[in-house]
Design a protein around this ligand. Structure first.
Ligand SMILES: Cc1cc2nc3c(=O)[nH]c(=O)nc-3n(C[C@H](O)[C@H](O)[C@H](O)COP(=O)(O)O)c2cc1C
Length: 205
C-alpha cells in the first residue's frame, strides 16, 4: 500500500487537515499522522469533538469520526524518535503539513528537528521526497516570506490555504475541498474533489 505522512499543527484550518486524512484514506493511502500540542489545542476549538491526548485514543477517535479502517491510520506522539518517520531508510516519501503554523514553517526551513514532526519533514527534504506545507497566516511578515522562499528553493511545495471562488462554492466543505484537492494533486493522489478549471461548472449542471 502506498503511504503519506500528514502533520496537523496549531494554525487555524484543522478541518483542512482532517479532510485531507479522510481523502487520502479514501484514495487507498495509508496515513501516518502527527499532531503538535498546539494542533491538538486548536482542533479542540475548530471541531465539534476535541481530540483526545494519547495517540491510541486519537487513533480510535479519528477512525470513528472520519470512517477510516483502523489499518489505514497510524498516530505518533511528538517524541516517538524511534519511529520509522524519523529515518530516511523507512519514512514515507510524501508528507503534508496541513495546516502549517509560521513556527513550524520556520523550524522546517531551519532544520531544527526538535520534534518527530519537524524531524519527519527534515527527512522528506533530505531524501528529496515531496513535502507540501499549507501555511495559514495573514498578513505575512518578511520573516514568514523568507522561510517560504527558503523552502520553495529546497524543493518543497508551499501551498497556502487560500481557496478560490470561481467554482461558486455553496458550503464551507466546498472551500475546504478546494484546498485539499490542490494538496492531493501535489502528492500525486488521484481524486474527484470538485470540478477542475474548464470542467462543467454550477451553471451547466
Ligand atoms: C486558536 C489559535 C489559532 C491560531 N492560528 C494560527 C494561525 O492561523 N497561524 C499560525 O501560524 N499560528 C497560529 N496560532 C499560533 C500557534 O498555535 C503557535 O504559534 C504555536 O506555538 C504553534 O506550534 P506548532 O507549530 O508546534 O503547532 C494559533 C493559536 C491559537 C490558539
Amino acid at each position: 500500500m502506498s503511504e503519506v505522512t500528514v502533520a496537523l499543527t496549531g494554525a487555524s484550518g484543522i478541518p483542512y487537515g482532517l479532510r485531507l486524512v479522510q481523502a487520502l484514506a479514501g484514495a487507498g493511502e495509508e496515513v501516518h499522522l502527527l499532531i503538535s500540542e498546539a494542533g491538538r489545542l486548536v482542533a479542540g476549538m475548530e471541531t465539534a469533538s476535541p481530540l483526545p491526548q494519547r495517540s491510541g485514543e486519537v487513533h480510535r477517535h479519528l477512525c470513528r469520526h472520519l470512517a477510516l479502517a483502523p489499518a489505514q491510520l497510524h498516530v505518533y506522539s511528538e517524541q516517538a524518535w524511534t519511529s520509522r518517520l524519523a529515518s530516511g531508510s523507512a519514512a514515507p516519501k510524501r508528507m503534508a503539513i496541513c495546516p502549517c503554523t509560521t513556527g513550524t514553517l520556520a523550524a522546517v526551513a531551519s532544520g531544527h528537528s526538535n520534534s518527530l514532526l519537524e524531524r519527519a519533514a527534515d527527512v522528506v527534504l533530505k531524501e528529496r521526497g515531496r513535502l507540501v506545507l499549507v501555511p495559514r497566516e495573514t498578513p505575512l511578515s518578511a520573516v514568514h516570506l523568507e522561510h517560504m522562499l527558503a523552502l520553495a528553493r529546497l524543493g518543497a511545495v508551499v501551498l497556502p490555504a487560500n481557496p478560490g471562488f470561481y467554482h461558486q462554492p455553496q458550503h464551507i466543505d466546498d472551500l475546504i475541498d478546494f484546498v485539499v484537492a490542490r494538496i492531493l494533486d501535489h502528492l500525486d493522489v488521484a481524486h474527484e474533489l470538485g470540478p477542475r478549471w474548464g470542467q462543467e461548472g454550477p451553471d451547466e449542471r
